[in-house]
Design a protein around this ligand. Structure first.
Ligand code: CJB
Length: 809
C-alpha cells in the first residue's frame, strides 16, 4: 500500500465530510485530529487483522505483558511515522492549508501510568511490534488517568484528568471478547461424578470485563500488535438488579481512576480489586484465545508467555492456576508446572514502601478462591523447602507472613524468571532484597537493563538531529541502532560539531519560547539548560538539586561581579497527592524560582522553571533541549531510570550518581563524558550498617552547607509556610535519610566541572556527540530482544523481506 499525497488528500477530504457533514475547510483542529486519527486507524486496520491472523496461522508463541500502567503518549504522529506515511500526510495537509503539528497537539495524552514503569511498558510495546514479535499489552482502561497537576501559589493541586472526554480514536471496543470476573461471596469445592472437584460460588459480585483494543504499530514492517485495556461494567443479564448510582458504584469504581502513587503501596481494597480484575480478564481471554491453536493444554507454555510487570499483576499466577484447575480440570501438579513455565516477573524497585503486602483477611474476603490457591501454593512451598533450607530461609521466603500475602514472594515462586532492570539493581536483588530466593532459585535470576524507543524519543522528538545523523552515517541506524556508533567517527569533525551545537540551540530556542508562553519566564537559550524530569520522590533527591540552586544564588549575591556560566534549571515532577514531603519540595522549588527569577541582580545568570503537569508530551519538548540530565538519586535506590537514556540519546551530558543504569551509561560513554559524583552503593550500605552518619555534624562544620540550609528557614525564600523548615529539619535534625548533605559537596564540585566544560563549547559538543553516538545499547529493541530470547522464548516473525532486520549489537 503506497499512499500518495494526492490519494491522501482526496481520501482525507471525503473522510472528513463523511464524519462531520461539513467540508474540511470548516473543521476545528479537534475535528481534524479525529478525522486524521480515524483515517490512520482505517489505514492500519488491515495490518492489524493480518498480524493477528498470521500469529495464529503460524502457531506463534505470544507474549502478554501484564501491567497496571501504560503511558503510550500521543499516538497520531507515532503511528503515522511507524506506518511510513508521516511525510505524505504532512505534505497533504500543508496543501490543504492545515498544519499537522497543530492537529497532533489536539490529541489527549493518555496518562494511564505514574512514571517510569508505565512508560517502559509503552516503549516495550513499540519495540515488540517493531521487531515483529507477537507481543500484546494487557492493562486497565482507566476512565481518569493520573491527575492533572496545577500549581496554585507554588503548591501542587490535583485536578481530574478526563482523557476520554473527546472520542478516543485509537481504541476499538470489542464486545465479542468480554469476560466475567467474580468478587467476594462464598466458594467451596464439591466432588462431582466426573472425578474432579468443582468450584461452587454463591453471592458473588459479578463484573463484566469489556476489552478496548488499541493498535501498537511496528516500524515499517506491516505489523500491528494489540494493547488490550479492560473496562468494568454491569453484566447485561444482571442490569435489572441495579437501581441506583450507589448500587452501581462497586462496579464502576473498578476502572474509574489510576492510583497516583508511584513506588508506593497503599493497601486499599479498591486497588486489589483493580489488580484482580485486570489479571482475571487477561488470563481468561488468553486461555480462550489459546484454544484457537488446537494443541494440548500441556503446550500452553509453548504458546503463551505471561509477563508480570512489578508485583501489581502477580495474581495472574493463582488466577492461571484457578482456570487450569477449575475450568480446564487439570490436576494441581499439571497446573503448577504450566503456570511456572508461563509466568515471568520483573522487579522495578527495592523501596520497602513499594513492596505489596495484602492483608490476608482482605484477600480472603474479596477473592476467596484465589486465596485458597495462594494458601496451597504457600503450604507446598513450605513443606518442600523446610527440610531442605531450614526454618529461617523457609519462613523468610514464605508467601504468607504475619497476616499478609507477600506479593513479591508469590511472584518469584510462581515464575520461571525474575529480573531486575539494570545491572546494579539485579545485583542488589540477588545480594539483598531477594537474597534468600537467590539461594533457592539462582537459575531464575537475570538482568534486563531497561531501554527506550529511539523512534519516539529521538526520531520524532528531535527531527533535526535525526536528519543530521542520517546525513552523516546513512539511515541504517534507524533499523539497527548499533550503527549509531559510526557517528562517533565525527567527534573531531568541526563542521559536524557545529551542526550538533546548532541543532541543540534551535531546540533550546523552541523550548525557551514555550517556557515564555506557558510560564511567562524569559530564559536565554544560550544558557546551560539543566533538566531534572521524573516523579518527585525523596530518594530521587530533587531537594539536592534545589540546595545547589540556592547555593548558586547565594554565591551570585555575594560576588555579583564574578562571571558565571548562566543556567536555566528545569523541573518537571508530580508528587503523589498524599506524599506531604514531596509536595513540600515542590513548594520550596517553586518559591526558589520566584526568588531567583524576580531578583534583578540575577538576570540571566540563573533561572528556575518548574513546568506543571509533567508527562510524555512535555518530556518530548524538554528532552531535545537539555544540556544536562540530572540523575542524582541516592546510589542503590533508583532501579534503573529511563529519562537518563532519553536525555543522553538527545545529547545531554549526565550529572549522575553511580546508581541504576547511570553506571552502564558511564561504561558506554566513558567516564570523561559524564559527571559522576557522590557516594557509591557500597558506601551507602556501609553508612547504613554502621550507623555512623551524623548529618547534623555536616551542618555544623561545613559553612557553605550551613548557609544554604539556613536559607531554607531564615526568610531568604519568599512565600514559604514552613515547607523550608520541614525540609531543613528532615536534613539536619532527622538525620537526612537519603544522604543529601553527605553528597552535597561532591555534587557542587561536579556542577563546577560542568560549568568549566560549558565554557568550552566545542569540547562540550564533542562530549554531547559522544553521548548521542553511545546511546544505542539503551534501545528498547535490544532490551526486548533479550526478554524474547532469554525469558519468553518468543520469535520474531518476518514476512518476506519487510521488517526490522535481525539486530546486530
Ligand atoms: N518504577 O515507575 C516506577 N514505579 C514503581 O512502582 C516502581 C518502579 C520505576 O520503574 C522504571 C522502569 O523499570 C525504573 O527505570 C525506575 O528506576 C523505577 O523507579
Amino acid at each position: 500500500m503506497n499512499l500518495t499525497v494526492q490519494e491522501f488528500i482526496e481520501e482525507y477530504k471525503t473522510q472528513f465530510q463523511t464524519m462531520f457533514a461539513y467540508s474540511y475547510e470548516e473543521g476545528t483542529t479537534e475535528q481534524h485530529y479525529t478525522a486524521l486519527g480515524i483515517f490512520i486507524k482505517n489505514y492500519l486496520s488491515r495490518h492489524w487483522k493480518e498480524t493477528r491472523e498470521s500469529y495464529i496461522k503460524e502457531g506463534a508463541k505470544q507474549v502478554y505483558y501484564f501491567s497496571m500502567e501504560f503511558l503510550p503518549g500521543r499516538q497520531l504522529r507515532n503511528n503515522a511515522y511507524n506506518l511510513g506515511i508521516l511525510d505524505i500526510i504532512k505534505e497533504g495537509l500543508t496543501e490543504l492549508d492545515l498544519s499537522f503539528d497543530s492537529i497532533a497537539e489536539a490529541e489527549a495524552d493518555p496518562a494511564l501510568g505514574n512514571g517510569g514503569l508505565g512508560r517502559l511498558a509503552s516503549c516495550f510495546m513499540d519495540s515488540l511490534a517493531s521487531l515483529s514479535i507477537p507481543g500484546n499489552g494487557n492493562g486497565i482502561r482507566y476512565q481518569y488517568g493520573l491527575f492533572r497537576q496545577k500549581f496554585v501559589d507554588g503548591y501542587q493541586v490535583e485536578v481530574p484528568e478526563n482523557w476520554l472526554r473527546n472520542r478516543n480514536v485509537w481504541e476499538t471496543r470489542n464486545n465479542k471478547s468480554t469476560c466475567l470476573v467474580r468478587f467476594g461471596g462464598n466458594v467451596w469445592l464439591e466432588p462431582n461424578d466426573k472425578g474432579y472437584y468443582e468450584a461452587k460460588y454463591e453471592n458473588t459480585l459479578n463484573v463484566l470485563a469489556v476489552p478496548y483494543d488499541t493498535p501498537m504499530v511496528g516500524y515499517r514492517n506491516n505489523k500491528v500488535n494489540n494493547l488490550r485495556l479492560w473496562s468494568a461494567e454491569i453484566p447485561v443479564e444482571e442490569e435489572a438488579n441495579y437501581h441506583t448510582l450507589d448500587e452501581i458504584q462497586p462496579i464502576s469504581e473498578i476502572t474509574q481512576v489510576l492510583y497516583p502513587d508511584d513506588s508506593n503501596y497503599e493497601g486499599q481494597l479498591l486497588r486489589l480489586k483493580q489488580e484482580y480484575f485486570m489479571v482475571s480478564a487477561g488470563v481468561q481471554s488468553i486461555i480462550r484465545h489459546f484454544r484457537k491453536y488446537n494443541v494440548p493444554r500441556k503446550n500452553i507454555p509453548d504458546k503463551i508467555a505471561i509477563h508480570i510487570n512489578d508485583t501489581h499483576p502477580a495474581l495472574a499466577i493463582p488466577e492461571l492456576m484457578r482456570i487450569l484447575m477449575d475450568e480446564e480440570h487439570l490436576t494441581w501438579d499439571q497446573a503448577w508446572e504450566i503456570t511456572q513455565k508461563t509466568c515471568s516477573y520483573t522487579n522495578h524497585t527495592i523501596l520497602r514502601e513499594a513492596l505489596e503486602k495484602w492483608p490476608i483477611d482482605m484477600m480472603k474476603e474479596l477473592l476467596p478462591r484465589i486465596y485458597m490457591i495462594i494458601e496451597e501454593i504457600n503450604r507446598r512451598f513450605v513443606d518442600y523447602h523446610l527440610p531442605l533450607y531450614g526454618e529461617r530461609i523457609t519462613w523468610q521466603t514464605a508467601i504468607l507472613q504475619n497476616g499478609v500475602v507477600n506479593m513479591a514472594h508469590l511472584a518469584v515462586i510462581g515464575s520461571h524468571s525474575v529480573n531486575g532492570v539494570a545491572k546494579l539493581h539485579t545485583d542488589i536483588l540477588m545480594s539483598d532484597v531477594l537474597k534468600d530466593f537467590f539461594e533457592i532459585y539462582p537459575e531464575r535470576f537475570n538482568n534486563k537493563t531497561n531501554g527506550i524507543t529511539q523512534r519516539r524519543w529521538v526520531h520524532l522528538a528531535n527531527p533535526e538531529l535525526t536528519a543530521l545523523i542520517d546525513e552523516k552515517i546513512g539511515e541504517e541506524w534507524k533499523r539497527n541502532p548499533a550503527e549509531l556508533k559510526v557517528f562517533k567517527g565525527f567527534e573531531q569533525d568541526e563542521e559536524t560539531l557545529k551542526q550538533v551545537a546548532e541543532i541543540k540551540l534551535n531546540n533550546k530556542k523552541r523550548l525557551a519560547d514555550y517556557i515564555e508562553e506557558v510560564k511567562g519566564i524569559q530564559v536565554n537559550p544560550r544558557a546551560l539548560f539543566d533538566v531534572q524530569i521524573k516523579r518527585l520522590h525523596a530518594y530521587k533527591r530533587q531537594h539536592l538539586n534545589a540546595l545547589h540552586i540556592l547555593h548558586r544564588y547565594l554565591e551570585i549575591k555575594r560576588n555579583p561581579d564574578k562571571e558565571v556560566v548562566p543556567r536555566v534549571f528545569i523541573f518537571g515532577a508530580k508528587a503523589a497527592p498524599s506524599y506531604v514531603y514531596a509536595k513540600q519540595i515542590i513548594k520550596v522549588i517553586n518559591s526558589i524560582a520566584d526568588l531567583v527569577n524576580n531578583d534583578p541582580d540575577i538576570g540571566d545568570k540563573l533561572k528556575v522553571v518548574f513546568f506543571e503537569n509533567y508527562g510524555v508530551s512535555l518530556a518530548e519538548k524538554i528532552i531535545p533541549a537539555a544540556d544536562i540530565g540530572e540523575q542524582i538519586s541516592l546510589a542503590s535506590m533508583e532501579a534503573s531510570g529511563t529519562s537518563n537514556m532519553k536525555l543522553m540519546a538527545n545529547g545531554a551530558l549526565t550529572m549522575a550518581t553511580l546508581d541504576g543504569a547511570n553506571i552502564e551509561i558511564k561504561d558506554f560513554v566513558g567516564e570523561d563524558n559524564i559527571f559522576i559524583f557522590g557516594l557509591t552503593d557500597k558506601e551507602v550500605y556501609e553508612l547504613k550498617a554502621n550507623q555512623s552518619y551524623q548529618s547534623k555534624e555536616l551542618y555544623e562544620t561545613n559553612e557553605q552547607l550551613r548557609r544554604v540550609l539556613d536559607a531554607l528557614k531564615d526568610g531568604t525564600i519568599p512565600g514559604l509556610n514552613g515547607e523550608g523548615s520541614a525540609i531543613f529539619d528532615s536534613l539536619v535534625h532527622y538525620n537526612d535519610e537519603y544522604f543529601v548533605l553527605k553528597d552535597f559537596e561532591s555534587y557542587v564540585d561536579a556542577q563546577n566541572r560542568a560549568d568549566a566544560l560549558y565554557a568550552k563549547p566545542m569540547e562540550w559538543t564533542r562530549k554531547s556527540l559522544l553521548n548521542i553516538a553511545s546511546s544505542a545499547p539503551f534501545s528498547a529493541d535490544y532490551t526486548i530482544k533479550r526478554y524474547a530470547d532469554d525469558i519468553w522464548k518468543v520469535k520474531q516473525y518476518f514476512t518476506g523481506d519487510e521488517g526490522v532486520q535481525p539486530l546486530d549489537e
